[in-house]
Design a protein around this ligand. Sequence first.
Ligand SMILES: [Zn+2]
Ligand SMILES: [Zn+2]
Length: 222
Amino acid sequence: MQTPTATLSCRCGACRIALVDPRPRARSECYCHDCRQRGLIAAGRDPANALPAAVRRFERGIDLYYFANALVVDDDACALLAFSKLRADANNTTAMAACCGTLMCGVHPAYLGHSISVNADSCRLQGVPPLANQVVLFGCDIPAAAWQARCARADVPMIYSVAAEAGAPAMVALLTALTTPVDAALLRAPRVTTFEALATAAGVRLDDSCFEESRAMAASGD
Ligand SMILES: [Zn+2]
Ligand SMILES: [Zn+2]
């Protein structure tokens, strides 16, 4: 296997993850409380990680790309990856770059181990083909007026409640893309690993800081 040329890179450039398959599997815009909370945690590490103004004002959600869970990480980058969950019963596990607090990527059990999510407002994508946003998620987590304004300029399907609208065509398409198995030959290639293997080796800690702040922003509209 050739060394992958598509990478996830932290803000300072010290931490890089190579994507064996550079093609985005899907792209969404997420308004959920937890994405916002993770963004605030990253901002707490370095002001350069502050939420984009449009995200802060609920004009758009966090920009999420999804890729096949087949990664190449060298030893230096591996040592910089810190894995955490917001709470013991939280679904997502996130890898943060310890050097600068960039949110590198994450997983959710619904992906069945086949995909990673990447917050493109925090992490830098290089060598990745463009893909238009496909769906807006978690309108239930932002002020009603902000959701109405976002819906008024909707150019993709809008999902108010992910739980209640799991059968919506856009949700089915998203989950189908994210649960497509990675080519087994890719995973057997030398040096290729998965998010879960890296997290298991490094250990996963809990960090629920910024919980109140993230929810208060949504309640107040700021
Ligand atoms: Zn960094
Ligand atoms: Zn989210």
